[in-house]
Design a protein around this ligand. Structure first.
Ligand code: FA5
Length: 367
């Protein structure tokens, strides 16, 4: 073959190789192109074998053309291989993509605040409007704050009413416990601040209790006012006001004499059963007498107990170095969970803190 023919064979080989590379749609196809052109028996090897058929300048010229073709082919091959490999990885990533985003939840399907938190917010709003300050108290406290300074010394039978979780402690004098009521905040507030005081505090309490209306962890709101000339009328007015703000204007309340060592006199507060009266009250009507009594929630008594209250005992003032001749005060403690339960029509207090039924089914206690 003449030099001219050999050079046009190089040009054809170059164009065919470039086309072959461009048309190869995956690495394996490209490898076939490589073998056909650059393999031991490929077109490039065939052209290289022709070098020896030429002499002198022609041989040099053709040899350079073959070397240039070899270099060009190698570059083409590398660049196309890189592109195909990248495309293959991207396709694989697209195919195997895991969608780790949470699906957008429809507004109607979103959760809401827990009923106890909602009740807490309502009470917060009512009492801040009545100019009460809001204090926090510790969940873990000393026996002194939970009991002794509230006129409940060790071995007082009133301790039996609050089955207590004590914490292991080396110090017998200063035993730690999970507070059984929010009344410990009275002690903290009165030892840190001087009267006049108008305080509420809401938080967790703990007792070894478990039935339809009792849980080992529950919530209370404590309220107390200390000033000169505070009377039971202030106590009654405050309680009536906040209960009516929650359950409606027609709500009936009842104060039943009761005993708490840290108040004198003391009372338990009942409200007219909201389950029986609820619909009539919501419609703003005075329910007829027969509609007031008689449902399972109030055990057919027409009344539901929601908390305790009373006038702060002089012994409590004295333990806090407050002149009980000059100052008087009232205090109350209500179960937030009980209030939420009655407000939202929940018939088992334990469901407030339980997992969904499918989880509960596995717990023998709920089975
Ligand atoms: C007290 O805890 C007093 N500290 C209340 C008080 C404060 C009286 C200030 C006088 C002055 P009592 O043990 O009755 O009282 O509890 C008050 C309310 O807490 C109950 O009416 C009930 O609503 C709620 N409660 C008590 N134990 C539990 C429990 N285990 N689970 C759910 N709610 C509870």
């Amino acid at each position: 073959m003449s030099l001219q023919e050999l050079l046009s064979a190089v040009a054809e080989c170059r164009a065919a190789f470039a086309r072959g590379c461009a048309e190869a749609s995956e690495v394996r196809a490209l490898e076939e192109v490589r073998v056909a052109f650059m393999g031991r028996k490929g077109q490039l090897a065939g052209l290289r074998a022709k070098i020896t058929t030429l002499e002198g300048e022609e041989r040099k010229h053709f040899g350079a053309a073959v070397n240039e073709l070899q270099k060009f082919s190698q570059q083409q091959l590398n660049s196309r291989r890189r592109d195909l490999q990248r495309a293959a990885i991207e396709a694989k990533l697209r195919e195997e993509r895991a969608d780790i985003d949470l699906p957008v939840i429809d507004r109607d399907e979103r959760g809401t605040l827990h009923p106890v938190s909602l009740m807490r917010q309502k009470l917060h709003d009512i009492f801040t409007k009545l100019s009460f300050s809001v204090l926090e108290g510790p969940d873990v406290d000393y026996e002194d704050f939970n009991f002794n300074k509230l006129n409940i010394p060790a071995h007082h039978p009133a301790r039996d009413m609050q089955d207590t979780f004590y914490l292991a402690s080396k110090d017998e004098e200063e035993r730690l416990l999970l507070r059984t009521h929010t009344s410990n905040v009275q002690v903290h507030a009165l030892s840190e601040h001087r009267p006049p005081l108008r305080v509420i505090s809401m938080g967790r309490c703990f007792r070894c209790d478990f039935d339809l209306t009792h849980t080992p962890m529950f919530h209370q709101i404590e309220g107390f006012v200390v000033d000169e000339a505070i009377s039971f009328a202030h106590l009654k007015g405050t309680i009536d006001t906040f209960l009516r703000a929650i359950y409606g204007d027609g709500l009936r309340t009842r104060f039943r004499p009761s005993y708490f060592p840290f108040v004198e006199p003391g009372a338990e507060v009942d409200i007219g059963c909201v389950a029986c009266d609820a619909q009539k009250l919501a419609a703003g009507k005075e329910p007829p007498p027969e509609a007031r009594v008689g449902c399972r929630v109030c055990k057919h008594s027409g009344w539901l107990e929601v908390g305790g209250c009373g006038m702060i005992h002089p012994n409590v003032f004295e333990a806090m170095d407050i002149d009980s001749e000059r100052y008087s005060g009232f205090a109350f403690g209500f179960g937030l969970d009980r209030m939420a339960m009655l407000y939202y029509g929940i018939n088992d207090l334990r469901t407030l803190f339980a997992a969904p039924p499918e989880f509960n089914a596995r717990l023998p206690i709920f089975a």
